[in-house]
Design a protein around this ligand. Sequence first.
Ligand code: FAD
Length: 347
Amino acid sequence: MKDIYDVTIIGGGPAGLFASFYSGLRDLKTKIIEYQPYLGGKVHVYPEKMIWDVGGQPPISGGDFIKQIVQQAHTFSPTVALDTKVTDIRKEEDYFILSTNKETHYSKTVIVAIGGGILNPQKLKLDGIDKFEVTNLHYIVPSLQQFKHKRVLISGGGNAAVDWANELEPIAEKVILVYRSEQLKGHEAEVNKVLSSSIEIHLDTTIEKLVSEQDNDHISKALLYNKKHQTEQWHEIDEVIINHGYVIDRSLFENSSINIALDEYQLIQGNTDSSTNIPGIYAAGDILKHESKLHLIAGCFQDACNAVNKAKQFIDPSSHESAMVSSHNEKFKTKNKELLKTQKILD
Ligand SMILES: Cc1cc2nc3c(=O)[nH]c(=O)nc-3n(C[C@H](O)[C@H](O)[C@H](O)COP(=O)(O)OP(=O)(O)OC[C@H]3O[C@@H](n4cnc5c(N)ncnc54)[C@H](O)[C@@H]3O)c2cc1C
């Protein structure tokens, strides 16, 4: 027997997670499918950075924001499939079939919340360095603490590399920034901060070798090559951060049996909501491209509500076009009682 869900959300970033909450609120049987082994989407790129621009939310680190929105997403106990890449969507009778690298999923409606696609960091291409990824070669920065009093080598010249160099300068013993071009490309103010700091900058320079001298799979030395002067120089280091951008995988859109022509539908036909060209498939978050789309976390929330409300209407045309405010919602009566009890306001 096929287990057919009301809503299946592809992507567990802010848009997908809020859609999961809202879908539960609208009494829909919900599933989230996420390629990564964790929920949170691209906020995982900046777990230590502060987010200031989510309404009603005091400044919060990316990591803490993920914890909160994941908790909210679980309010109505959705099914969550992690480590699962959706590779194809096709339609049969009155439901969609989603093929993945694992099992097949069935759903009456689908919300595509895949952001810009699957993000995988662009790896440094040097022989035999993969083993350092479990020790001191980093493509994302999970915590600033581990760089305290360390000699940190950062490779890259865009916003991420420049921002991390500035963030780590007061914490690390030394920060060395290498970039293959002759000028850093980050935001001007941040670049100026780097230029006037103690950060050691090597332009026109690439990492040629990373070696471990203690045979313990910890990088201890890096060989830098300056292509302008054609010189090589060894540096003793404790940690390496590579910010060479991301490889983006949007193959779901390119390969799917159903042609979800989202860009065309939005930009050419001027559609500015969460609909797609396929009835029953909706979109939310950074994947949307229409003129008034806000590519921020705050923007994800409205998209998610729009997408869920459309999914609800698709399944049950007699339902309300939009949900009532949460404070009036029957679903919260029991939950409110539980909360009041934990706060000892109710017995
Ligand atoms: C460095 C940086 C700093 C930022 N700072 C802020 C800020 O301060 N404030 C703010 O409001 N916004 C900020 N943003 C933007 C914000 O992170 C995005 O707007 C938001 O994450 C978009 O959410 P989303 O759910 O649409 O997409 P994403 O967060 O990209 O999530 C999409 C998810 O879909 C998954 N996925 C993709 N394809 C598939 C597939 N085929 N199968 C299964 N899963 C799939 C991906 O793995 C990913 O987890 C920042 C972004 C960056 C990069």
